[in-house]
Design a protein around this ligand. Structure first.
Ligand SMILES: Cc1cc2nc3c(=O)[nH]c(=O)nc-3n(C[C@H](O)[C@H](O)[C@H](O)COP(=O)(O)O)c2cc1C
Length: 152
């Protein structure tokens, strides 16, 4: 199996819903966040598949209930935050997101600032009120857990 693609497989039984978690990570924090989201979903009876942007095959997006899209925050620390160039290139390949229930996520060090707005612009979803999870270390805190519980 590709090391950047994995699932939260159950040892027994079937999941009731399916999610794909697509991430872009430079140093691993956003990948860790994706993995933690996937583990959380398992406890909510949602099958999760984690995919790095370079490995996405559009067939992976067929028959899913939830789509998580996450990129690390690139900017000038206190302003100009946006996805990086690789994310912009990747986002052009995505299909129309209307048919998915979409949740965005990012990791950062100091401030996410304009990241949410620019992430939505990259996904042609600037007018949508999408859930946005943000973590400094890739861990799920109380706020993120609450957001996830409201989303799935
Ligand atoms: C070039 C560059 C620009 C960054 N700009 C910001 C920023 O504007 N705001 C911020 O809070 N963190 C910024 N960071 C920190 C990263 O967003 C943070 O370390 C993130 O967790 C990295 O994710 P990754 O480990 O998945 O690559 C920047 C990091 C780099 C390398």
């Amino acid at each position: 199996m590709n090391p950047d693609t994995n699932t939260n497989e159950k040892t027994q039984g079937c999941f009731s819903k399916k999610a794909v978690i697509i991430y872009h990570s430079k140093r691993g924090t956003t990948k860790k966040f994706a993995k933690n989201i996937c583990e959380f979903l398992k406890n909510k009876d949602v099958e999760g598949k984690i995919i790095a942007i370079e490995n996405l095959n559009l067939i992976d997006l067929e028959n899913i209930d939830y789509l998580f899209l996450g990129c690390w925050t690139s900017g000038y620390i206190i302003f100009g935050q946006k996805p990086d160039i690789y994310w912009y290139k990747f986002s052009e390949k995505l299909p129309d997101l209307q048919k998915f229930q979409v949740c965005l996520f990012t990791t950062y060090k100091i401030a996410t600032g304009s990241m949410y707005k620019n992430l939505k612009i990259s996904l042609k979803s600037e007018n949508k009120d999408l859930p946005f999870l943000k973590s400094r270390n890739g861990e799920l805190n109380i706020k993120i857990t609450k957001q996830l519980n409201e989303f799935v």
